[in-house]
Design a protein around this ligand. Structure first.
Ligand code: UDP
Length: 406
């Protein structure tokens, strides 16, 4: 267990002092986080770290996961894709399945808190308990809903409208809503196994274990196997680059328990990679934090070629490791990567290939970009900043219209 005090070394003592001051005002309040998966993906990643730190500060935080069958997760994955603007056929039976599972969770979920912090669309209908569960209700949206499918958005809207507040990750995601909106970007934990400094020897051991060549420049994408992360497009871009530069590609990721598509995407990725010995598709189990850390640190370039993205924590993680990043200009990524300053933004396979090549061929340029990226993350996307924003959010729920003095 890492204690809050230990973050002083990274962010300075004032930041930690301020967190304790704020927490003092929220002390005694209970906060129940609810989402749809305990492992895999950015939401679980963040909750894993935030919940114990809240507890350490005296905020009574807990985290629960809703239950659902295969069909429910197929439907919520369709919702997820459709909210990201991808065409999906959603039938009346899908909506019925969603409502039935929600009703089941409404009946079985033990809920007892001052603040209900509901993450993403899967558990959104828990708001049906608002009349019995007299707390403050927050809907925390982690995905890019700037251009949502109207059918799914209009289905969700009556639920959203009943919350006390909503939270989005980036200004471009905000929507016209009758409730208060907060813009809070996610963050990474600089001291976690995923992000802490690693000795060179440990990095080498991981490369060896995955049969990667420590001498060959490595381009890496860490992502769940999801069409929206575009692993096939990454391979296309890599093959353009590898005509000019001898390098290797790593596509590493696992599954999220709430994603029924990942097996299919992994199989297609493997098929496509089979004929190229320089492409390494690594299916890694959840909890492989040290391995992911090592792979990111061993990379010459980290790529995140998502077609759609919520925030893109993998980008934050790479920037924190001072890695040059090539990433699609989608979702929250442009908040993190300023083109030609803290990485290179791309809009196509060819664009990604051009940028990877540029970074591999200009190590000094690449290094500068990595350094700028690390500083940008230090200022904006570390866990302590998100803890502060959430504490302020909780406080504001009980002091609407008041000025809060620290
Ligand atoms: N991640 C992981 N194992 C995997 C794939 C991803 O631990 O197999 C982590 C990754 O390091 C990052 C998070 O899951 O911390 C993914 O968050 P991101 O915002 O990039 O994407 P999401 O999966 O939420 O769409």
């Amino acid at each position: 267990m890492i204690h809050l005090k230990e973050y002083e070394a990274v962010v300075g003592p004032q930041v930690i002092e301020e967190l304790y001051l704020l927490a003092e005002k929220v002390k005694g309040k209970s906060v129940q986080n609810i989402n749809s998966t305990a492992v895999g993906g950015g939401v679980a990643e963040i909750l894993n770290r935030l919940v114990p730190l809240f507890q350490e500060m005296g905020v009574n935080a807990r985290w629960d996961v809703i239950k659902g069958g295969e069909q429910f997760y197929k439907v919520t994955k369709k919702f997820h894709n459709a909210l990201h603007g991808k065409g999906e056929t959603i039938t009346p039976a899908d909506f019925t399945c969603f409502l039935e599972t929600s009703e089941m969770n409404n009946k079985s979920m033990e809920m007892n808190a001052d603040i209900y912090f509901i993450h993403d669309p899967q558990p959104i209908a828990l708001i049906n308990r608002k009349e019995i569960q007299q707390g403050k209700w927050i809907w925390r949206c982690h995905i890019d809903v700037s251009n949502p499918d109207p059918q799914v958005w209009s289905f969700l809207r009556p639920f959203i409208d009943r919350y006390n507040a909503s939270v989005f990750s980036a200004p471009v995601f905000s929507q016209e809503l009758p409730i208060r909106q907060f813009l809070i970007s996610p963050s990474i934990d600089p001291l976690s196994d995923k992000n802490k400094e690693l000795p060179q020897e440990g990095i080498h051991q991981v490369l060896e274990r995955f049969h990667l060549d420590p001498e060959k420049p490595m381009v890496t994408q860490i992502s769940r196997f999801d069409y929206l992360k575009d692993p096939l497009g990454v391979m296309d871009a890599f093959e353009i680059v590898s005509k000019y530069i001898d390098c290797q590609l790593v596509l590493a990721g696992g599954e999220a328990t709430d994603d029924p598509e990942s097996q299919e995407v992994l199989a297609k990725t493997r098929d496509r990679a089979a004929s190229n010995p320089d492409i390494h598709v690594l299916a890694i189990p959840s909890g492989s934090d040290m391995e992911i850390n090592a792979l990111q640190r061993a990379s010459s370039v980290v790529i995140q070629k998502s077609l759609k993205e919520g925030f893109g924590l993998t980008v934050t993680e790479a920037l924190w490791k001072a890695k040059p990043v090539v990433a699609s200009a989608v979702g929250g990524i442009p908040l993190q990567v300023t083109h030609k300053y803290s990485g290179l933004l791309c809009h196509s396979i060819e664009g990604a290939a051009y940028s990877i090549k540029q970074l591999l061929q200009n190590p000094e340029y690449a290094k500068k970009m990595g350094e700028n990226g690390r500083e940008h993350v230090r200022q904006n996307f570390l866990l302590t900043r998100q803890l502060r924003d959430y504490l302020l959010l909780f406080l504001s729920l009980f002091h609407e219209g008041d000025v809060i003095y620290l």
